[in-house]
Design a protein around this ligand. Structure first.
Ligand code: IPM
Ligand code: MG
Length: 373
């Protein structure tokens, strides 16, 4: 007997709708195969929501997310806001508010590399062997959510970084638990030589570590971590860090995989969990069916894991690995011989339905005909 889940889908801006559609399609296929019932409710978010309602996170969207079993999210952002520092309403505010309202205090970003894509990374292949780590980024505190101020003369500005010990502890426990299931190594990244908040992170994490004696704890300053991620990325297992350091380091870490489009994320906490690719809205590619849906599809796999559907999740991951190892990749990976966003989604569905063994006809796929002979 399958399970029943209601999923709120917020495609957002730019390439968000295209990649999210592929994730929905793959989830639909999983539901069909395993007799689950997934219902998808779409809602507005980001610049698209501002255009239509004046609000980057309309109340109806928030309510839908709160009453759903999970949120599948695409991307937010539009150049017209990036170029206007005076804009009062911004698409990103919708995402930040949603994270806060849903209590999503932990953002988990797994970083893996694919041997067949090592050449895409500016990092030497030998350094990429055995790279497999997860970043646990605190998501609802720190400088992102502290008091912001611009002086009346417009000449000075302030952003405050505040952390309460409880905010640190709850994400730290999740990271330690994850490290227990993995290689039992946790690296706390901070700037404790300068920042008071970082010293509180160190103290809190040290206290908590006594409850996880089998986990080896390392402390690393963020500037060094930025370097270590490039010179020896295989040393990491679980990285635990605050909001802004996690934002920056996870974009840096995506370079290891070869493309920002490959990486998924899960945000969890006290309310409905949210799943999103780590890439942005990539407006230049919007509507062209060229964006990489892998991050979005792998985010759907994290959602399946969250539902306890581990076999389904691993099948979906195998589908992605299968596309990559057969060179069914989008333009960011191969600018000459590339396949379309929708084709990758279709192929992953074919894989799940066991339709790919000998049936794939590459020439037809390139022509965007059926993937099956
Ligand atoms: C991310 C993004 C967001 C963040 C932006 C869009 C507000 O960069 O999810 O990493 O900074 O958290
Ligand atoms: Mg970011």
């Amino acid at each position: 007997m399958g399970i029943q889940k209601q999923i709120a889908v917020l495609p957002g801006d730019g390439i968000g709708p295209e990649v999210t559609n592929q994730a929905v399609r793959v989830l639909d296929t999983v539901a069909k195969k395993y007799h689950h019932q997934f219902s998808f409710q779409f809602a507005l978010m980001g610049a698209d929501a501002i255009d239509k309602t004046g609000d980057p996170l309309p109340e109806s969207t928030l309510q839908l997310c709160k009453t759903s079993d999970a949120v599948l999210f695409g991307a937010v952002g539009h150049p017209k806001y990036d170029q206007d520092p005076d804009a009062k309403v911004r698409p990103e505010q919708g995402l930040l508010k949603l994270r806060k309202e849903l209590g999503l205090f932990a953002n988990i970003r797994p970083v893996t590399t694919y041997t067949s894509l090592h050449h895409l990374s500016p990092i030497k292949s030998n350094l990429l062997e055995h790279v497999d780590f997860e970043i646990f980024r605190e998501l609802t505190g720190g400088i992102y959510f502290g008091k912001k101020e611009l002086s009346t003369d417009g000449k000075s500005a302030t952003d405050t970084c505040t952390y309460h010990v409880d905010e640190i502890a709850r994400v730290a426990h999740l990271a330690f638990k994850r490290a227990q299931q993995r290689k039992r190594k946790l690296t706390l990244v901070d700037k404790a030589n300068v920042l008071e908040t970082s010293r509180l992170w160190r103290k809190t994490v040290n206290d908590i570590s006594t409850s996880y004696p089998e986990v080896e704890v390392h402390q690393m300053f963020v500037d060094n971590a930025a370097m270590q991620l490039i010179i020896n990325p295989a040393q990491f297992d679980v990285i635990l860090t605050e909001n802004m350091f996690g934002d920056i380091l996870s974009d840096e870490a995506s370079v290891l995989a070869g493309s920002l489009g490959l990486l998924p994320s899960a945000s969890i906490g006290s309310g409905t969990a949210l799943f999103e690719p780590i890439h942005g809205s990539y407006p230049q590619a919007a509507g062209r069916d060229i964006a990489n849906p892998t991050g979005a599809i792998l985010s759907a796999a994290l959602m399946l894991d969250h539902f306890g559907l581990h076999q389904e999740a691993s099948e979906l991951r195998s589908g992605i690995e299968w596309t990559i190892s057969n060179s069914f990749v989008t333009m960011d990976i191969d600018p000459i011989n590339f396949y379309f966003t929708s084709t990758i989604g279709e192929l992953v569905c074919d894989f799940i339905m066991n339709r790919v063994e000998d049936a794939i006809h590459k020439a037809n796929i390139q022509l965007r005909k059926s993937t099956i002979i």
